[in-house]
Design a protein around this ligand. Sequence first.
Ligand code: DAH
Length: 347
Amino acid sequence: MANLFELQKKIAAVREQIETESKDLTDSKMVYEMRKVFLDKTGKVGQLMRYMKDVDPSQRAEFGKTVNELKNWALDYFGSLDEKMRKAELQRVYKSEQIDITMPAHTHVQGNLHPVTQVRNQLIDVFSGMGFEIYEGTEVENDYYNFTALNTPKDHPARDMQDTFYLSPEFVLRTQTSSAQIHVMENEKPPIKILSPGKVFRSDDDATHSPMFSQMEGLVVDKGITLGDLQGMLDVFVKKVFGQETRTRLRPSYFPFTEPSVEVDVSCFECGGTGCSFCKHTGWIEVLGAGIVNRKVLENCGIDPDVYSGLAFGIGIERVAMLKYGINNIKQLFESDLRVLNQINDR
Ligand code: DAH
């Protein structure tokens, strides 16, 4: 017969072993493994029951109770140890995943649209708000659309106004987006309200001229269109693009396809119109050509000039960009120098 006192020492030794060995545990997985060693069916605590048969029957109840107490204690012990470890583990995760919101953010360099595209979009925005639709013509035109139909027949002195690149006696690189007017009027009945942006080409090259540049043509044909309509529309455009204080002025001019023809000036946005070096002390800056569509042009397109009248305008997009952003050499718009382009981000 085993002595109960001896057996109780064994039980106490198991408890001590648990307490000692558990000091080295560092995570919940280790707790789980150790718990198995002691509390599984064949674990060290359960094994103590094997001594039951050696215990005097009168002391078996007492022995069983003591082993059970150990078991319950061990269950609690591992339970709270496990909880402690899990808490610590969570803290470690929180710590490692902590975000330092005071760290400077990564910045991404964002590109921007080319100034010419920005101005083109601004113009389209303004005029489409007035109901204009876009018609894009072609860069290669025949002589008829670029000149003759626009009331500029061969040998007309106005052909000298534009130095033309001839591809053949018949075809040219268009010198003006005005050619789009003819295509539209040949194909559509009034009312017509179109805007035609695009590249044009002229053998011309200095600080303010480039062999390739962009224009934006406008054409409105309807009953009773007058210069007043033209001035009203251009006023809106000029205020949007150059600022609300800007005023417009029409000056008589000459284009073969308009009669009367005007040059549109805006009040100088540098000095407000009092005169400065930017506006050559005139207070005004010339921005575009315009006029009332010549009767002959309407007739060429099969539109009755006694019923309909039209207004037209042609805006130089690079010219607007240069004025607006203070660029004094048109080449800067074609050199792709990021030091220039990065400064202009107007959307
Ligand atoms: N086509 C002219 C040019 O390139 C600009 C122009 C002037 C267009 C008057 C027009 C206009 O539609 O009415 O110089």
